[in-house]
Design a protein around this ligand. Structure first.
Ligand code: ADP
Ligand code: MG
Length: 269
């Protein structure tokens, strides 16, 4: 059996984010929040992403796991509008977003926390947050700065500090806070746990779990399947630019106990 690395062992016992049983929800709530259909993209020849199909429903936390170089960040860049799709489509909240420019995607309900966090390092935490709040001003308001401070007290303590002086964990919290102030319906997070102390990872995942139970859709991109399996309901496994496996709701234990699957797709054992 492979080992669950990093913070994940402490998280293994957590209850996962669960949707309300289907029968308790009106039918329109089952419409997908995010759909990726037959998506291809890349930097040169051949394509890196080779026909991806992904669906995320409202209130789901879905994992996207894959080894280093599998194409996870390339997908994030296409979802963000930073790299064009070469084929296929992206639909957010029923709107075809495939060719919408990056700056307009948050208005459709999409927020992305990039791998490098992409904060304005020379601006303070408060300034970064206010910029995001302004950018999200036309969306239905779910988050404001006081609520963010309640969710992340460590962010509240650093409001007047320049972002480039923060620790990695603090920067990650500010990056997530900034994404939330865009008032999104769906948040994509590219490896938010990388390089962070287990305690910080636990705090971040606890916030994500709370968001998901309020109805937000989250795509958690992770190389660490211990973490992904501790909080996501189900997951797509990406390998060399293809979805090679789907871990269905309730399917994590079987996947984790299959050493062939884990080592073949994730290079972990
Ligand atoms: N800017 C780029 N130009 C060319 N190739 C790239 C670029 N960024 C990533 N790649 C390549 O795309 C593949 C997928 O990378 P990436 O999406 O970053 O994977 P992951 O996030 O899963 O580690 C890798 O082979 C990587 O070398
Ligand atoms: Mg990456």
């Amino acid at each position: 059996m492979f080992s669950i690395s990093g913070a994940s062992s402490a998280l293994a016992a957590w209850p996962k984010c669960r949707r309300t049983p289907p029968c308790a929800k009106p039918i329109w709530e089952f419409d997908a929040m995010l759909t990726v259909s037959n998506l291809t993209a890349g930097y040169g020849v051949p394509n890196i992403l080779q026909g991806l199909d992904i669906t995320v429903r409202p209130g789901e936390m879905v994992g996207l796991v894959g080894a280093n170089g599998a194409g996870k960040t390339t997908l994030v860049r296409v979802l963000a509008g930073l790299l064009p799709a070469r084929g296929g489509s992206i639909t957010i909240n029923g709107s075809d977003t495939t060719n919408v420019p990056a700056h307009a995607r948050p208005k459709l309900g999409l927020a992305i926390v990039l791998e490098n966090r992409n904060l304005f390092g020379e601006l303070t935490v408060a300034e970064n947050l206010r910029l995001a709040e302004r950018a999200g001003a036309n969306r239905p308001k779910k988050f404001d700065i006081p609520r963010i401070v309640e969710m992340f007290p460590a962010v509240g303590e650093k409001m007047a500090v320049r972002c480039d002086l923060l620790s990695g964990g603090q920067q990650q919290m500010v990056a997530i806070a900034r994404a939330l102030l865009l008032q999104p319906d769906v948040v994509i997070m590219d490896e938010p746990s990388t390089g962070l102390a287990p305690k910080v990872v636990k705090a971040i995942l606890e916030v994500l779990r709370g968001l998901c139970s309020e109805g937000m859709s989250i795509v958690l991109i992770e190389q660490n399947i211990g973490i992904a399996s501790s909080v996501t309901q189900r997951a797509y496994v990406l390998s060399t630019g293809r979805i090679v496996h789907h871990v269905a709701d309730g399917g994590w234990p079987a996947f984790l106990h299959d050493p062939h699957l884990v080592s073949r797709y994730l290079g972990q054992h």
